[in-house]
Ligand binder design. Structure first.
Ligand code: 5GP
Length: 217
């Protein structure tokens, strides 16, 4: 038992929030982290957005009707929710609570509105990273290259990008994503450092007690 009465044998997971305008490379960074770090699980959001051809229901998102989304929202089943680019998105609360209590870290690919809501309720668990594109020209090119969205959708996302970028100040860490490999390493370094925070480590009291009691031969 720690001096403040807090139990230190139960590690609580952290919440790694990645936000950026569409096309800044957030999804690639998220994928890389999830593939290389088996202690982080993706929080799978619910959304009313139509599924893209490359997406799988239950893997990338839980695709739901607007009626179902409102039912979840109104029954307090979402830890946060927002309307982004004309569609609704939200984080199922149950999965998050269970993962954190079991000591698993979670990654959230959510917008600034969602991050702001989590900041209100779960600040101690949050590690927030904002990813900026190197230029608006590059952002536009990346959105077009993705080619999974219509011209109208791309134009709307570019418009929204400016409002989204304006939120960068509220985040703990900010990356300019010029090179994906450099950004991968940076986010992994952030996770490594945040896991080493004294408050997040378990067993330190016992370890140090044993360390100090150790007899030298
Ligand atoms: P996309 O439609 O490109 O998958 O996502 C559009 C935006 O919605 C992205 O910025 C993404 O981070 C955000 N988003 C995805 N899921 C959630 C969620 O559960 N909550 C919030 N607030 N934003 C989300």
């Amino acid at each position: 038992m720690a001096p403040n009465g807090q139990k230190h044998d139960q590690r609580r997971g952290l919440m790694l929030v990645l936000s950026s305008p569409s096309g800044a490379g957030k999804s690639s960074i998220a994928r890389n982290i999830l593939e290389r770090d088996k202690n982080i699980t993706l929080s799978i959001s619910v959304t009313t957005r139509p599924r893209r051809a490359s997406e799988i229901d239950g893997v990338h998102y839980h695709f739901v009707s607007e009626k179902e989304f409102m039912r979840l929202r109104d029954s307090d089943a979402l830890a946060e929710w927002a309307q982004v680019h004309g569609n609704f998105y939200g984080t199922p609360r149950d999965a998050v609570e269970k993962a954190l209590a079991a000591g698993r870290d979670m990654l959230f690919d959510i917008d600034w509105q969602g991050a702001a809501q989590l900041r209100e309720k779960m600040a101690g668990d949050l590690v927030e990273v904002f990813i900026l594109p190197p230029s608006m020209k590059e952002l536009h090119a990346r959105l077009k290259r993705r080619a999974e969205d219509s011209d109208e959708t791309i134009a709307r996302r570019l418009d929204n990008a400016r409002a989204e970028i304006a939120q960068w100040r509220d985040y703990d860490y900010v990356l300019i994503n010029e090179d994906l490999n450099v950004s991968y390493d940076a986010v992994r370094a952030i996770v490594t450092a945040e896991r080493l925070r004294r408050d997040r480590q378990t067993g330190l009291y016992g370890f140090v007690e044993a360390l100090l009691a150790e007899q030298l031969a």
